[in-house]
Design a protein around this ligand. Structure first.
Ligand SMILES: Cc1cc2nc3c(=O)[nH]c(=O)nc-3n(C[C@H](O)[C@H](O)[C@H](O)COP(=O)(O)OP(=O)(O)OC[C@H]3O[C@@H](n4cnc5c(N)ncnc54)[C@H](O)[C@@H]3O)c2cc1C
Length: 449
């Protein structure tokens, strides 16, 4: 029987990172990755296959990283776990383990919409061949409907739109696209950007049916409107792959994912979990979090991999930092929006700063950026932030996320020792994060009398 000290099931963001971390922390242990597919797509790059990249083959996680780190690979499906005997059953035979990491990820959620199984309806599967098939179908498609106006739906719509010969419509059930992660003013601005690129947006619209004779022909909305479609793409979220864990009797959490403690240990002390299949707790209050992101998956993998033979790290909970981009416009978020914070009962001070990302604002590459920070009034602790503007938003939000994770106060942020440059950043006189913190402090003082 094949045997390794550490066996990881799953070869994507979480599994790969967990395996590498295990090697780094326990160099004497043998590590084996078991994954079912021969080629692994970079999940976050999938929308870009249909425009910027042009083919699924340019969007792969290479295997060199396994080789370079001395990690073995078995391409097979894990079918069951014999927890007592510490044996993983796979379609290519049994594998013994000392520690097992379950990183089986997630799959596309399928909506209970009549007609979702018609020819021409595509879920977003992390499968190279399937994505290649979708790409081929798109070449001749004229009318494309994307159901779901979250960041994945928007990215798909914008990338497919780059072909320039299709009518594309995004249908979103909520009043705004991206509404689960951004305050309304940011959603409205991003919708304007999307619409300006020729993409139709239908918000507050529920899909009643996907209709056609064997093959999709139209999408019927609850208000009776019909949208012509040769291809429908379902971008409505993901559900955790827990079949293996369930079969093995591991505890499943409130969100239907694999339950884990703060060390990423499951209900079996020899089995860890990480990534989309693992239950998440929120950084804010510790309740369950529905977020599924590659950045969270890899963080959890760095925790699981480090803790296998002795506890070295703990999960503080999911802050939730991520970004998206449409053309030159980036939108990024970390932590709680103002609306989320108010709904949770926080007394909030929120400040928005608008200004150029260069100084003077006529420098080449200058663009207007909008930065919003949300603080808890009593303590002055930052709860979250949102940034809209140029591509730097993707990194600025990571700074904000670090502030949130470290529970920094507005006063500490106002005291940041920042670096600025005319060709690279906003002015030191009006640096957005610092300025927002100063404005928040002013509001907190005024309120305190
Ligand atoms: C289109 C799209 C865009 C995204 N963009 C972003 C983004 O910009 N930023 C971001 O942070 N997140 C993004 N995400 C989310 C991100 O992709 C996921 O959070 C991430 O893929 C989770 O990684 P994972 O390793 O946990 O799971 P997965 O990527 O789902 O990988 C699971 C792995 O386990 C394997 N596996 C499952 N079951 C078995 C079994 N029984 N036996 C063997 N192998 C098995 C699978 O084959 C796969 O290799 C995006 C997701 C999608 C779909």
């Amino acid at each position: 029987m094949n045997k390794a000290d550490v066996v990881v099931v799953g070869g994507s963001a979480a599994g790969l990172t967990a395996a590498i971390t295990a090697r780094r922390h326990y160099p004497d242990k043998t590590v084996l990755v078991v994954r079912k597919e021969s080629q692994v797509p970079i999940p976050c790059g999938i929308p870009y296959i249909f425009g910027t990249l042009g083919t699924p083959q340019k969007n792969l996680i290479g295997d060199a990283v396994l080789e370079n780190n001395g990690i073995e690979l078995l391409i097979a499906e894990a079918t069951d776990i014999d927890r007592e005997g510490k044996v993983l059953h796979t379609t290519a035979g049994d594998v013994g383990y000392e520690r097992l990491i379950v990183a089986t990820g997630s799959r596309a959620a399928m909506p209970p919409i009549p007609g979702f199984d018609l020819d021409g309806v595509y879920a977003i599967l992390k499968d190279v061949e399937y994505l290649g098939g979708l790409q081929q179908r798109l070449e001749t498609a004229k009318d494309v409907v994307v159901i779901g106006g979250g960041f994945i739906g928007i990215e798909f719509a914008d990338e497919i739109n780059k072909a320039g010969d299709k009518t594309i419509t995004v249908v979103e059930i909520l009043p705004h696209c991206l509404a689960l992660a951004y305050d309304e003013e940011f959603c409205v601005e991003m919708e304007k950007v999307v619409a300006s690129r020729g993409i139709n947006i239908r918000t507050s619209s529920k899909v009643k049916e996907i209709a056609g004779d064997g093959k999709v022909e139209k999408v019927v909305l609850a208000d009776g409107d019909e949208i012509k479609a040769d291809i429908v793409i379902l971008g409505i979220g993901a559900v955790a792959n827990v079949d293996l864990a369930k079969k093995a009797g591991l505890r499943i959490g409130l969100t239907g994912s694999i339950a884990a403690d703060r060390t990423m240990q499951t209900s079996d002390s020899s089995i860890y979990t990480c990534g989309d299949c693992a239950e998440k707790i929120s950084f804010f209050g510790g309740g369950p979090s529905p977020l599924k992101l590659a950045s969270i998956a890899t963080l959890e993998a760095r925790i699981a991999g480090a803790n296998l033979f002795g506890i070295r790290r703990e999960n503080v909970g999911t802050v939730g930092a991520w970004s998206t981009a449409v053309g030159d416009h980036a939108l990024a978020t970390a932590g709680l929006t103002e609306e989320m914070a108010r709904k949770r009962g926080y007394d909030v001070v929120a400040v928005t700063i608008k200004g150029p990302n260069r100084h003077p604002g006529v420098m080449p590459g200058a663009a207007m950026n909008q930065t919003k920070l949300v603080f808890e009034r009593n303590s002055g602790v930052i709860l979250g932030g949102q940034v809209m503007g140029d591509s730097a938003a993707g990194e600025v939000i990571n700074v904000i996320s670090a502030c949130v994770q470290n529970r920094m106060t507005a006063e500490q942020i106002a005291m940041f020792q920042i670096g600025t440059h005319p060709a690279l950043t906003s002015s030191p006189i009006a640096y957005p994060i610092v300025n927002a913190a100063e404005m928040a402090i002013k509001q907190m003082r005024e309120c305190g009398g």
